[in-house]
Design a protein around this ligand. Structure first.
Ligand code: ATP
Length: 313
């Protein structure tokens, strides 16, 4: 039985906003699934449907085999949730938050054990009103862990966390998955999920535009590369487009940029240009996973620093 299954799931807000469109998504039991997409892509809306916080306009969703509309209570008993921008009660301490959730869920956990896991033990008896955003997020994560849930649904779990916090969170998700918990979490940053996910679904403008394993996405991203070749002067006829495997060519000032179907084509481009002009510099960049994500979602790649760049001449 899949942990999550949606079929033709659609959610409209009023006439104008199609937040989720015809979504077919299956998350298998035991996997760590990253639900990706830029702001406004429909991730939170999908999660809110799964939690029965909003009702779908059409289509269906099941969580742990239960229909979200008819059996929301049964679902809640078996899942742990970190909602978007988790709120805490300012006057309660972290320990009191956990005691409250443990009691509500009639769970056997001890607060200290969970506080230790989310690194809040030292601050357990401070009122949450004085917590930083990252501490609130860790408290929210701790509350989601109560009752050893079969499924964790986390909306932007690393929001507000510092790099150490993000690493701790990844470790915790791995531990949960290793103990048999399915983890479904949303993010708008691919690099945050690629280290930990088995599969990712990429949403854009309400639609699922990619659904694959990280490895397959990597394979796809390994297939393309761009090369910038700087020339002393650009001759009238370059004819770079005639080279096998060159997909696109642009010339700006004296730099020729070619998009190649695979990395081996880059050498052909350099040789071709070297025969026709004086090459003064060459910069090549293999397409990174982040760029691939950006391509699916139409985001700009200009500021992407994760592209692996190497000067080859
Ligand atoms: N309650 C609401 N009423 C009207 N429109 C809404 C409502 N909630 C979401 N939307 C719209 O639905 C679309 C999808 O929003 P959603 O919050 O699901 O995206 P998201 O991928 O979670 O984005 P983010 O990463 O910013 O949280 C957006 O256009 C948003 O403005």
């Amino acid at each position: 039985m899949p942990a999550i299954e949606t079929s033709a799931l659609t959610k409209r807000y009023g006439e104008d906003v199609l937040a989720v469109s015809d979504l077919d998504l299956t998350v298998e039991s035991g996997e760590i699934f990253g639900f990706l997409g830029p702001n406004g892509a429909g991730k939170s809306t999908t999660i809110n449907v799964l939690l029965d916080f909003v009702r779908p306009t059409s289509g269906t969703a099941t969580v742990l085999g239960h229909d979200t509309r008819d059996e929301a209570e049964r679902i809640r008993e078996r899942i742990g949730v970190l909602p978007e921008g988790a709120t805490v009660y300012e006057r309660l301490t972290a320990r009191e938050h956990l005691e409250w959730v443990i009691e509500t869920k009639d769970a056997a956990d001890t607060p200290d054990e969970i506080l230790e896991r989310v690194d809040l033990l030292e601050d357990a008896d401070r009122k949450a009103g004085g917590y930083s955003k990252g501490m609130c997020q860790r408290l929210g994560l701790g509350m989601a862990l109560v009752g050893d849930p079969d499924l964790l649904i986390l909306d932007e779990p690393s929001s507000g966390l510092d790099p150490t916090g993000i690493q701790d969170m990844r470790e915790l998700l791995r531990e949960e998955a290793a103990s048999g918990t399915t983890v479904f979490f949303s993010s708008h940053i691919l690099s945050e999920v690629e280290a930990v996910c088995d599969r990712v679904g990429i949403m854009n403008e309400g639609e699922l535009v990619a659904l694959d394993t990280i490895e397959s996405l990597r394979d796809a991203s390994a297939g393309t590369a761009t090369i910038d070749v700087e020339l002393a002067a650009v001759p009238d006829s370059l004819d770079v487009g005639s080279i096998d495997g060159v997909q696109q060519v642009t010339v700006e000032e004296n730099v020729v940029t070619a998009t190649c179907a695979d990395t081996s084509v880059k050498v052909d481009v350099v040789c071709h240009l070297d025969e026709r002009a004086t090459v003064t510099d060459v910069l090549s960049a293999d397409t990174s996973l982040e760029q691939l994500f950006n391509r699916y979602t139409g985001e700009s790649t200009e500021t992407d620093e994760s592209a692996s760049q190497e000067v080859i001449a």
